[in-house]
Ligand binder design. Structure first.
Ligand SMILES: Nc1ncnc2c1ncn2[C@@H]1O[C@H](COP(=O)(O)OP(=O)(O)O)[C@@H](O)[C@H]1O
Ligand SMILES: [Mg+2]
Length: 339
């Protein structure tokens, strides 16, 4: 039955509905005229005709509206579905409707299968992004280890040799040895700092609080911006994956603050409650329009913000970026902790 109703095109539905109205009107009108008017001399034909016309028009308009509305409802459904998808509900689809027009039904089907494809593509992108993030972490770890085990050792060996040269009788050599010694010491410090940035050893050894504290201090020294650091409720070590994500969020948010915000003050807080751990980075800088960064206006969502979001979602958390706090920006990551 549904199938049959659907198969009737919209214009035929409208025609059938109108034909029915005319048919019923004609039969009913003739019956009234034959039975009521012929026995009742007092009724005036003009008034009767006007009454029929009025009733017929009202019924006809009503039925037409209902038929057309029912037939075109899929378009409203498509718009509503598109809106839900836009708001992040990627599983939203337009449902079936017996009154739906055949041609519109095809549009709905194509629309739904396009959404299926979008969902598949999205999950593939997610898998890809996850492996890129994992590969990036592995690579950072590897380079940090190499810097520590090889580069630093070589520099240290050179430093010892140069130090020995300082005992030379030749004052020129002694002077050169001294400046070389300083250069080697500086290089070692730079290599050490780079290694820490790539993969802070304190994160694995001492945990999130220590590593973030050291990060805050380093950032504050390099940028000259006062950064407050507050923690509460974190008594034990968290899951290493969660610690790494929160550390990377803090690192990116502070780097952004330094690079973009023109802030004079900032703060980092880490709070743990029974069910979640939350990291917030605030600054009092110029802020930004997160929607325009998101929009396809050529700038696009920066890799930093995007990476932060992906990392947080990967461990089941939620990232919130508020760019218009007037003044400044807040980045807040909250991650649920399952026992
Ligand atoms: N704390 C902030 N204050 C002001 N603008 C910011 C801040 N964080 C991010 N932005 C803006 O968002 C953009 C995207 O940031 P991001 O994704 O980290 O990319 P990148 O740092 O490489 O530019 C930045 O270019 C900047 O315009
Ligand atoms: Mg950035």
């Amino acid at each position: 039955m549904q199938e049959r109703v659907q198969r009737i095109p919209l214009r035929h539905k409208v025609l059938i509905a109108n034909a029915l109205v005319v048919l019923v009107g004609a039969i009913f009108g003739t019956w009234i005229t034959a039975n009521v008017v012929s026995h009742n001399e007092g009724i005036r034909m003009v008034a009767l005709a006007a009454g029929f016309a009025l009733i017929g028009t009202v019924i006809s308009v009503h039925i037409n509206l209902r038929v057309i509305r029912a037939a075109l409802k899929p378009l409203e459904d498509i718009v509503a579905t598109a809106e839900r998808v836009r708001n992040g509900d990627y599983s939203a689809r337009t449902g079936a409707d017996p009154m739906r027009d055949r041609e519109l039904e095809q549009i709905v089907e194509s629309f739904n299968s396009a959404l299926d494809q979008v969902e598949i593509d999205r999950s593939q992108i997610k898998v890809l992004v996850n492996s890129v993030i994992a590969a990036q972490e592995d690579e950072r770890k590897r380079i940090a280890r190499e810097l520590h085990d090889d580069t630093s050792q070589v520099l240290f060996a050179q430093l010892l040799r140069v130090s020995a040269m300082k005992l030379s009788d030749n004052p020129e050599i002694r002077e050169m040895a001294e400046s070389l010694e300083m250069m080697f010491a500086e290089s070692m410090e730079a290599v050490r700092r780079l290694g820490h940035e790539l993969r802070p050893p304190s994160l694995d050894d001492l945990g999130l609080l220590e590593a973030t504290g050291a990060l805050v201090q380093r950032m504050s020294e390099r940028s000259g911006i006062e950064i407050a650091y507050v923690t509460s409720g974190v008594r034990e070590r968290l899951d290493p994956a969660v610690e790494l994500v929160l550390y990377r969020v803090a690192q990116e948010a502070l780097t952004n603050m330094w690079k973009h915000a023109k802030a004079t003050r900032a703060s980092v807080s880490i709070r743990r409650t029974d069910h979640q751990v939350e990291l917030a980075v605030d600054d009092n800088g110029r802020g930004f329009d997160i929607n325009s960064e998101n929009a396809s206006d050529g700038k696009g969502l920066g890799l930093g913000l995007f990476g932060m979001q992906e990392r947080v979602e990967l461990v089941g958390g939620n990232l919130e970026i508020i760019g218009n706090r007037n003044p400044g920006t807040r980045v807040r990551a909250s991650i649920p902790l399952n026992e």
